[in-house]
Design a protein around this ligand. Sequence first.
Ligand code: URA
Length: 234
Amino acid sequence: MRLNKYIAHCGIASRRKADELIVNGNVKINGAVMKELGYDVSDEDVVEVNGSVAKPDAKLVYVMLNKPKGYITSLSDEKDRPVVTELLTDITERVYPVGRLDYNTSGMLLLTNDGDLANRLTHPKHHIYKTYRAKISGILSNERVARLRKGVDIGGFVTSPAIVNVIKQGERNAVVEIKIAEGKNRQVRKMFAAVGNKVLELERTAIGELYMGRLMEGHYRKLTQKEIEYLKNC
Ligand code: URA
């Protein structure tokens, strides 16, 4: 099996992240640094990633978490902030977040040790819509809605068409549902900023047709087999 795939199967990183680990010299085969992405790992090889021996996880685990604000979606943080995996108190497998949500964003986060699925869900070519509910400052005029729907420049990148629905427009702020198929860093916040509105609260409510439903903030559950099949084929 190719080295990057092997590392993804170990639940250490997505295939793309595995590529970075390999190129950066963090991976050793039988004690020697290996920088060939396509190295064919044999049964006898001992693979080390960041100094720890990596073995493929036997059991693939898929978790949906309703991430609260105030948690980061990495496995560790140099600022010692709480990390999402601390919430998964009875998951013994080493799972990692699929994509990321900002520290101050709440809502649906998937975690898995299935590197292939993680890769599929985060790769832009699959165009999987993620749904967000945003509370924003000010008024979202029809003209601004039209600009968000068409695509806006968020600093050197023009976003693809988004699906935008104003759920409630008050005097000072609005609640808006926005669906985007890309995952640029802080994309939703930047999109609203580009049309002149500040995001006050942001929650992800769905990934594709997978909805969070009644899962309470800070709680998690394993995905059903049907949900896993849906994600593998969407
Ligand atoms: N867009 C954002 O701005 N933040 C997130 O956490 C997710 C999408």
